[in-house]
Write a protein that binds this ligand. Structure first.
Ligand code: CP
Ligand code: NVA
Length: 310
């Protein structure tokens, strides 16, 4: 069994295998309905337990469909209905019980410490469905989407991230950029740069990652423009102040016009004021395809965790 907690911990060859498996499985489902099960029924009889300490639409639905299409089932636990926290049951006992009843556990949490604690006592695979430091399933799926649309290895493309460079999406995207040797330009305010540990990792690995404080410089000649909500689920600081710092980092039509002519726009959703409607709803925006692809990539992540990747 394997966990899927952070991109940096997963060997590059396995990340690539997940993506190629997702591509094959997606192709094979062309004539199937949403709830039809893949012919090989690889996770027959398996149950995925999911728990969300923070809101979720896409991660919740995509994992539900992913395990279902692989022949298994899922149960979503509501943290306030468990004994965990309020009832005084420890993470250790909860994790051991989840391992007794379930076959895999997907957790969206407000604490990386909690994620590690669950992992420590778990005997079943744990998947990080977003934590303050990481959103690995989303970022791997985004790489899948980019390669699907561009029909090229992501290592041959130039990506641009405009926005908060200190959040979970950015951390996972930087980790992925190092794994897939992606050329990545980041445009962010000075107070919201990638964290120091990541900056030194970029230097150590000679990563093709450049940081700018003007979006116009970062976006030039890029193939993909990405952004994310300025205020993240786990943000605890002064929101008004943060929003104000990003006023020059909005993705609008003028910004997109500086990227390559055939550049695409991606956003993991939900969105806030970081992108204009004109861009978000434009032909260049591939956000709906991006959201749906979570199902396909999640399936291959599950197979990886169960040691069932072909
Ligand atoms: N992109 C994403 O993770 O969406 P949800 O928060 O709705 O799951
Ligand atoms: N950075 C965002 C991602 C949402 C999917 C957040 O953590 O809220």
């Amino acid at each position: 069994m394997k966990n899927f907690l952070h991109i940096k911990d997963i060997p590059t060859k396995d990340l690539k295998k997940i993506i190629s498996d997702a591509k094959k499985r997606k192709l094979k489902r062309k004539k199937l309905n949403t709830l039809d099960i893949d012919k090989d029924i690889p996770l027959k009889g398996k149950i995925l337990l999911q728990m969300f300490e923070k809101s979720s639409l896409r991660t919740r639905l995509s994992f539900y469909l992913a395990i279902k299409q692989l022949g298994g089932g899922s149960l979503t636990l509501r943290p306030e209905e468990l004994h965990l926290g309020i009832g005084g049951e420890s993470i250790e006992d909860t994790s051991k019980i989840l391992s007794t009843y379930g076959n895999a556990f997907m957790l969206r949490t407000d604490s990386d410490k909690k994620l590690n604690e669950f992992k420590k006592y778990s005997k079943i695979p744990i998947i990080n469905g977003l934590s303050p430091s990481s959103h690995p399933t989303q970022v791997l799926s985004d790489i899948f989407t980019i390669q699907e649309i561009k029909n090229k290895s992501v290592s041959k493309l130039k990506l641009c991230w405009i926005g908060d460079a200190s959040n979970n999406m950015m951390n996972s995207l930087i980790e992925a950029s190092l794994k897939f040797t992606i050329s990545l330009n980041i445009a962010c305010p000075k107070d919201y740069q990638p964290n120091k540990a990541l900056i030194s990792l970029i230097k150590k690995r000679n990563g093709k990652i450049n940081i700018f404080h003007k979006k116009e410089l970062a976006v030039k000649n890029c193939d993909v423009v990405m952004t994310d909500k300025i205020i993240s689920l786990n943000d605890k600081g002064n929101k008004k102040k943060k929003l104000n710092s990003f006023k020059n980092f909005k993705v609008d039509l003028k910004t997109m016009s500086l990227a390559k002519k055939d550049a695409i726009f991606l956003h993991c959703l939900p969105r806030g004021g970081e992108v204009t409607d004109e861009v978000f709803l434009s032909k260049q925006s591939k956000v709906w395809q991006q959201a749906l692809n979570r199902v396909y990539v999640q399936k291959s992540i599950l197979l990886y965790c169960f040691d069932k990747l072909r």
